[in-house]
Design a protein around this ligand. Structure first.
Ligand SMILES: [Zn+2]
Length: 279
């Protein structure tokens, strides 16, 4: 048994803190277990004890789902022109520049092509870290273009969502992305090219109301928060308490909003099997 899973009685919280070098360990939000990052990574960023699925970004999903070195990114450096010259607590332009610098990502989605067990696919993955995975004009445009790539090359599309919804700093330009991506997906569907949507924690707002729920198969990760408006807003609007587990994957599966729940460990195999049936 590794030393770090000794019973908690032997370790006071203070000594535990001192023993944890910054950045090497993570605490599970589900059960509080302290887990080494290397161990988490080899377990697909899920808790070894309670199966909590940690929030991860596009880089991790690319490593988990795609064949090694197969991802070819498209439109990597596309940037928002800040059409409204928007400013809240800071200028939108500055917020974008700071985020790009801090994360090394250019926008809240990465798109391109790749392979899953040798099978060519078009691939998109959102990054929640990038301004809450908000869907601005660049996110919409990149997704529209990767749908077009799938359409032209007749290859299946796999899209992973993690998003707080439309990006308020781009106002109506953000909302227009819902129509744009949805109409492109309709064309893809008419061409009978498969689209698998993977919905992760959290996916809400305009993203749920457009491409995240339009897959031929909509897969959710376990326990993911998926909804349109948040639970607090709904509770206030209808003036009633919400049922337990409301807006979590398991609740949505029971009510027919998603098709299946798949653990991250089984995701690649599941997608491959589904594509073998659909494509
Ligand atoms: Zn846990």
């Amino acid at each position: 048994m590794p030393w770090f899973s000794r019973s908690k009685d032997n370790i006071s919280p203070d000594s535990q803190k001192k023993d944890l070098p910054d950045g090497l360990w993570d605490k599970c939000p589900g059960c509080g277990e302290i887990i080494h990052k290397k161990q988490l990574e080899s377990n697909f960023w899920t808790c070894l004890k309670c199966d909590h699925h940690f929030r991860i970004g596009s880089e991790e999903y690319i490593n988990i789902l795609l064949d090694k070195d197969s991802f070819k990114e498209m439109h990597k450096k596309m940037r928002s022109p800040d059409p409204l010259k928007f400013e809240d607590t800071k200028k939108y332009k500055d917020r974008l520049n700071n985020t790009v610098k801090a994360l090394g990502l250019y926008e809240a989605v990465r798109v391109g092509t790749g392979k899953i067990d040798g099978r060519n696919i078009a691939f998109a993955c959102m990054d929640f870290q990038f301004i809450g995975g908000s869907m601005g004009s660049v996110v919409g445009e990149k997704i529209a273009r990767v749908i077009d790539k799938a359409y032209k090359n007749k290859i299946p599309l796999i899209l992973i969502s993690a998003s707080g919804g439309a990006r308020m700093m781009e106002g109506a330009f953000s909302l227009m992305q819902m129509a744009k991506t949805s109409s492109r997906l309709a064309r893809l569907s008419e061409a009978k090219t498969p689209y698998i949507s993977i919905v992760t924690d959290p996916t809400t707002g305009g993203t749920t109301a457009s491409y995240a729920m339009l897959g031929d198969i909509n897969i959710a990760e376990p326990q993911a928060l998926i909804g349109f408006a948040g639970p607090r807003v709904i509770r206030q609007t209808i003036g009633k308490d919400l049922p337990e587990g409301f807006q979590r994957s398991e609740f949505l599966l029971e009510h027919g909003f998603i098709d299946t729940i798949v653990s991250r460990k089984d995701m690649k195999e599941t997608i491959f099997n589904l594509l073998s049936i659909l494509d």
